[in-house]
Design a protein around this ligand. Structure first.
Ligand SMILES: [Zn+2]
Ligand SMILES: [Zn+2]
Length: 302
């Protein structure tokens, strides 16, 4: 769970927001990149987590994104409060769709409090709303959760897989240091029809395995990091109709802005990097990514 903050985003929806820790980072938002000619979407962000020396409101985040050709954002929840916020934001804004879930690192905390089932029941309810288009982020995280928390993570993950199937929604997987267990769980219980690895973090062998299973790989700004050759190798072996792009904002700001606040308007930085990596025309990659987003989450205008 992130630290709880106060204050609304000034846009008529729930005042629930959190504040990212500053940790001595450079808190200036990077300058806006050159606009994309073909509009795309940010497939995974946390617009309710404020960051920066002058945090951007929800409307400001969406306006800045639209100004550079990022026409919409899928905002992902991680606990009851943020998932409710996501659903409200999506209901109120034509440029927002929601993903709702209990995050794998939060599942053990709810379980300890005897409240995991209750929490999953709330997600089940939210999942019925028309602009909630995904269950996420769910999955496994063995980086931040120790062995004692694993049973709750597995139980929560399987319950979320069942919800995605029940509501015929896409699923956004958070997989950190748990590649084999995530893949095995999906094949054991059966993956939802539209399964996305958000902030894909595996290697090219795993990317091939995902492609064979029909999963989508969503690449974030860390694909631009010097030490992330595994991600660039993965991009090269992923079929074009299985590639998505996201910010995971306010985290994972692409090079050369690493550590500074991230927001959906920085998608073009990562997209141009991916196009160069693939030796592909930026407009053609944009069109492909936008079509993939709609294939997974449906239209923003419905
Ligand atoms: Zn995640
Ligand atoms: Zn995330």
């Amino acid at each position: 769970m992130t630290e709880r903050g106060n204050g609304g985003t000034g846009d008529g929806i729930s005042s629930y927001v959190t504040q990212r820790r500053s940790d001595g980072r450079d808190l200036r938002y990077p300058e806006a990149p050159e606009p994309l000619r073909v509009p795309v979407y940010d497939n995974h962000a946390h617009m309710e987590i404020l960051d920066g020396e002058e945090p951007l409101s929800l409307d400001e985040q969406l306006d800045r994104a639209a100004a550079v050709g990022v026409a919409g954002v899928i905002n992902a929840g991680g606990d009851i409060e943020s998932s409710r916020w996501c659903a409200e934001a999506a209901a109120a804004h034509p440029r927002v769709l929601a993903a709702v879930a209990i995050h794998p690192n939060d599942a053990p905390l709810y379980e300890e409090a005897g409240k995991l089932d209750e929490a999953i029941a709330v997600i089940d309810e939210l999942a019925a709303q028309p602009r909630v288009r995904a269950i996420g982020e769910t999955g496994l995280d063995f980086f931040r959760t120790d062995d004692a928390g694993k049973p709750a993570q597995f139980r929560s993950f399987e319950a979320h897989i069942a919800l995605a199937k029940k509501h015929d929604l896409a699923m956004q997987i958070h997989d950190r240091d748990a590649h084999r267990d995530v893949l095995d769980t999906l094949s054991r219980v059966g993956a939802p029809e539209r399964t996305v690895f958000h902030c894909y973090s595996g290697d090219d062998a795993m990317a091939r395995e995902c492609a064979d299973a029909g999963y989508y790989l969503s690449f974030a700004g860390n694909i631009t990091f010097k030490n992330a050759q595994n991600l660039r190798d993965s991009l090269h072996v992923t079929p074009l109709d299985r590639i998505l792009i996201e910010t995971d904002a306010p985290f994972l700001t692409p090079t050369p802005y690493r550590g500074r606040p991230n927001a959906s308007y920085l998608i073009p930085v990562t997209l141009r990097f991916m196009a160069a990596e693939l030796s592909m025309d930026v407009d053609a990659l944009s069109a492909r990514l936008a079509a993939n987003t709609v294939a997974v989450y449906g239209s923003f205008t419905d």
